[in-house]
Each structure stands twice: as structure tokens, then as C-alpha cells.
Design a protein around this ligand. Structure first.
Ligand code: FES
Length: 81
């Protein structure tokens, strides 16, 4: 059976300022209203959020098209959707 397709929240990544050691929960289903983070909207569906622990303070681009191969970070896939 094919993997379920996530919803495309938007076709561009979201820049986030991270704190070292903090855990973030990335929305994998694409339905959260609080992108790129999980807000519980996945309930009842096949997706679960992905925990991401920041290894350093700084900014990173998180995937919002939900089709990246380097979850939860953007790999440019949104340009091909
Ligand atoms: S709301 Fe999308 S994974 Fe939780």
C-alpha cells in the first residue's frame, strides 16, 4: 500500500529561531494551523508529529509542504510540487 500523502500547508519553508536542547514537534500531516508545528490536527489520521531536538541556538528552515526527504527540514522539494 502506498504511503499516505500529507497535505501541502504551503509551498515554501518557514524560518524558525531555535533554542539549543529544546524539543520541537513538527507537523507531518500538513493540517496544523500553527505551522510548522503540530497543533493536534492530525488526530484520527495516519500521521504523527516528528520530534526534533535543536542541537544549537540558531535559525533553520522547516518544511511546510510536508514532502521533504530531510524531515523536518526543507530540502527544496516544494519547488517541484
Ligand atoms: S497537526 Fe500535523 S502532525 Fe500534528
Amino acid at each position: 500500500m502506498a504511503d499516505p500523502e500529507p497535505h501541502i500547508a504551503q509551498k515554501s519553508p518557514i524560518k524558525v529561531r531555535l533554542e539549543a536542547g529544546k524539543t520541537y514537534y513538527w507537523c507531518a500531516c500538513g493540517h496544523s494551523k500553527n505551522q510548522p508545528w503540530c497543533d493536534g490536527s492530525h488526530r484520527g489520521g495516519p500521521f504523527r508529529p516528528l520530534a526534533y531536538v535543536a542541537d544549537a541556538d540558531g535559525e533553520k528552515w522547516f518544511c511546510a509542504c510536508k514532502h521533504t526527504a530531510t524531515k523536518p527540514l526543507c530540502d527544496g522539494t516544494h519547488r517541484k510540487l
